[in-house]
Design a protein around this ligand. Structure first.
Ligand SMILES: C[S@@+](CC[C@H](N)C(=O)[O-])C[C@H]1O[C@@H](n2cnc3c(N)ncnc32)[C@H](O)[C@@H]1O
Length: 140
């Protein structure tokens, strides 16, 4: 299993939280749009990173990495703000998605498995409308 984040601070916090189990994880500090995956995984779980990619070229770079790093038949779970979610996160603008927009953004070679909307309660008590979209990469 691997955890990737552009923020070394975020990776350190997650590693500390896992304690003794942290050794079972590969910890990667990288921008997902320039990261060079050297293996392929069964599951890609994006916990609200894709929605930060507001430039088309960055989304294309993300999808290229998703195609490299996810095995054929593997699943991608992508969490993002929903269409009625916040317009910004941590002061940065975000793209918002429903399953149709997300499927279109990821492009060919994936099929929609399921989609859910959920209200997420932040540590400071705010409610954020989230979209969880599950896609399966086509078998080779
Ligand atoms: C909403 S937070 C998720 C927080 C926490 N990692 C979790 O899973 O609950 C989104 C995370 O995406 C990371 N992120 C944003 N843009 C990124 C990028 N281009 N590449 C990798 N990580 C990115 C941020 O540093 C942030 O930690």
């Amino acid at each position: 299993m691997a955890v990737l984040d552009i923020s070394a601070q975020a990776v350190d916090a997650a590693r500390l939280r896992l304690g003794a189990s942290a050794g079972a994880v590969e910890w990667i500090v990288a921008d997902v749009t320039t990261w060079q995956p050297n293996t392929a995984y069964d599951i890609w779980h994006d916990r609200a990173a894709f929605h930060f990619l507001t430039e088309r070229r960055d989304r294309q770079a993300y999808v290229e990495r998703l195609r490299t790093a996810l095995k054929p038949g593997g699943h991608a779970i992508i969490a993002s703000f929903a269409l009625d979610g916040p317009e910004r996160c941590s002061g940065l603008p975000v793209e918002r998605y429903d399953e149709g927009r997300l499927v279109a953004a990821i492009g060919n070679g994936f099929r929609l498995v399921e989609a859910h909307r959920r209200l997420h309660r932040t540590p400071w008590g705010a409610a954020q409308s989230f979209q969880y979209t599950v896609l399966q990469r086509d078998h080779a």
